[in-house]
Design a protein around this ligand. Structure first.
Ligand code: IP8
Length: 280
């Protein structure tokens, strides 16, 4: 097959499905099957041509990673089985996502980060991206996830879905990133504890940097840092002028609208927005 007659990946979208949406985060190993099925249907209906999906760990990967301190790196041999169990938890969740996507006729292919990436002190150092690029060109939808990975300095590490999203977006020159989470977007304070928190519809990178301390840290077991961790990870992609949209994926049709480029409630982050943050 000739490469020039197949899918153009210059309009690549990277969609993150947050662990807080696809699982019940405070109850161990509990998928939110209704949300998974609905999101697969929304993705299929949007008919986006060049797409990578990355999902989080929720109540699957995080509790196991925490139990075995995988995010602290290799300390002793008792963690080895914990590394396997963390990865297994993620493949168990991934299987549910894959079944729903393929059930909707989306040509999804899972890519295990633990098999093709190595971190160095927690940051991606090696990423074999050739299969990914080829899959995209052929019209597949690669599906990756936060995972336990080997680390050049610490033995192993937890690679968050958010670091993956940002790195993939930069390396593959994505047009935009859609972050599907369980809040409406970035707010003036943490909406889970402060009722006066207001949603910010547009924010520039410099405003975002100032706001960071007010943004929610994860309340439940999340070894990679909740919304605060997400924002830090997204900064390098935003620096590269990749547009980021954060939407509430727990609410019907938001992911569909974001994928279609329609108006949707959420936060758009651009490298430069002249007027800065605009609460509603
Ligand atoms: O939920 C972390 O991915 P995230 C995955 O995107 C594991 O932070 C294995 C805890």
């Amino acid at each position: 097959m000739k490469e020039n007659i197949i899918t153009n990946i210059s309009k690549l979208t990277i969609l993150k499905l947050g662990g807080s949406v696809i699982t019940t985060k405070d109850s161990f190993f509990t998928p939110n099957k209704k949300a998974i099925i609905r999101l697969a249907e929304e993705i299929a209906r949007s008919d986006v041509k060049s797409l990578i999906i990355v999902h989080g760990g929720g109540s699957f990967g995080h509790p196991v990673a925490k139990q075995y301190k995988i995010n602290k790196g290799y300390k002793d041999s008792s963690q080895i089985i914990g590394f396997s169990k963390t990865h297994q938890a993620m493949t168990t969740l991934n299987k549910l996502i894959m079944d729903s996507l393929i059930g909707q006729n989306i040509p999804a292919i899972e890519i295990q980060p633990s098999s093709c990436m190595i971190t160095k002190s927690g940051r991606i150092q090696v990423m074999e991206q050739r299969p990914l690029t080829k899959l995209l060109r052929m019209g597949f939808v690669p599906v990756l996830y936060g995972d336990a990975v080997l680390d050049a300095d610490t033995g192993f590490a937890i690679l968050s879905g958010d670091q993956l999203v940002s790195t993939l977006a930069i390396q593959l020159n994505a047009r935009h990133i859609i972050i599907g989470t369980d809040v409406d977007g970035i707010c003036t304070a943490d909406p889970k504890i402060d009722l006066s928190a207001k949603l910010i519809h547009h924010i520039s990178l410099s405003e975002l940097k100032k706001l960071q301390p007010n943004v929610g840290k994860a309340k439940v077991t999340d070894v990679t840092g909740g919304m605060f961790g997400k924002i830090i990870e997204l900064i390098p992609a935003i620096e590269q002028k990749i547009k980021v949209i954060i939407v509430n994926a727990a609410k019907s049709n938001n992911v569909y609208k974001a994928l279609k480029g329609e108006k949707v409630v959420g936060t758009i982050i651009n490298k430069g927005v002249e007027n800065g943050a605009k609460p509603n």
